[in-house]
Write a protein that binds this ligand. Structure first.
Ligand code: GLN
Length: 198
C-alpha cells in the first residue's frame, strides 16, 4: 500500500489564534506551517485563516502585499476561514460593508449576536458526533448561496459551510476540544490533491 504524505496546511499567522489551529491540524493528520509572506503560499497544500479581527487582518494583508496572492491561492487550493477568516472569505460583508477575498458565495454580517453576548458555547453536532462550538463576537451567515452546502446550523443559521474546496465556520473549531472539523478540512485538502498545478 502506498503511504500518503501528510498535507501541508498553512495557517495565516498575521494576527489571531493561529497556535491553537496548529495543534488541531497536527491532531488531524496535517503538517501545519505558519504563513506570513506570499512566498510561504508556494509551499502549502491548503490554508486556514484564523479568527481575530477582520478589519485588522485586512489592513495587515494590504501591508504585507498578501491580499491578491491569497485570492489567487484560493482559486486553485482549499481555504478554511474561521470567524474573522469566514468574514474574509465571504463575497459580501455587512455591518459595516468591507472588502473581502470573495472566494465563497456567502453574505456575512459581522458581530451579529450583539454586544451583550460577546461569546457563547453551543452544543451542536458534526458528523454524528457532539461538537462544542465556541462563538466569540461571531458573525452570522445571512446567505449561503451557489453550490455551497451547510454542514452545521445553529438557531437556523449556517455556522459551518463548504463550497467546493473551501470551508467557513462562524465559530472557533480550534477551541472545540476535538479535531473532527480540522480532519474534515485536511481530508478535503488531500483529496483536492492539486499540489502540482499551482
Ligand atoms: N468580530 C470579529 C470581526 O468582525 C470576528 C471575531 C472572531 O474572529 N472571533 O472580524
Amino acid at each position: 500500500m502506498i503511504k500518503k504524505a501528510r498535507p501541508i496546511i498553512g495557517i495565516l499567522a498575521l494576527q489571531g489564534d493561529f497556535e491553537a489551529h496548529k495543534r488541531a491540524v497536527e491532531g488531524a493528520g496535517g503538517d501545519p506551517v505558519e504563513v506570513r509572506t506570499k512566498s510561504d503560499l508556494d509551499h502549502i497544500d491548503g490554508l486556514i485563516i484564523p479568527g481575530g479581527e477582520s478589519t485588522t487582518m485586512l489592513k495587515m494583508l494590504a501591508e504585507e502585499d498578501l491580499f491578491e496572492p491569497l485570492r489567487q491561492f484560493g482559486r486553485v487550493k482549499p481555504v478554511f476561514g474561521t470567524c474573522a477568516g469566514a468574514i474574509l472569505l465571504a463575497k459580501e460583508v455587512l455591518n459595516p460593508p468591507q472588502n473581502s477575498l470573495q472566494l465563497m458565495d456567502l453574505v456575512v454580517e459581522r458581530n451579529a449576536y450583539g454586544r451583550q453576548i460577546d461569546s457563547r458555547i453551543a452544543h451542536l453536532e458534526f458528523g454524528g458526533e457532539p461538537l462544542e462550538a465556541v462563538f466569540i463576537r461571531a458573525p452570522v451567515i445571512r446567505k449561503a448561496g451557489g453550490d455551497s452546502h451547510v454542514l452545521v446550523s445553529y438557531n437556523g443559521d449556517p455556522v459551518l459551510v463548504e463550497q467546493g474546496r473551501h470551508m467557513a465556520s462562524t465559530f472557533h473549531p480550534e477551541l472545540a476540544g476535538g479535531a473532527a472539523i480540522h480532519r474534515f478540512f485536511v481530508e478535503k485538502v488531500s483529496s483536492s490533491g492539486k499540489r502540482k498545478i499551482a
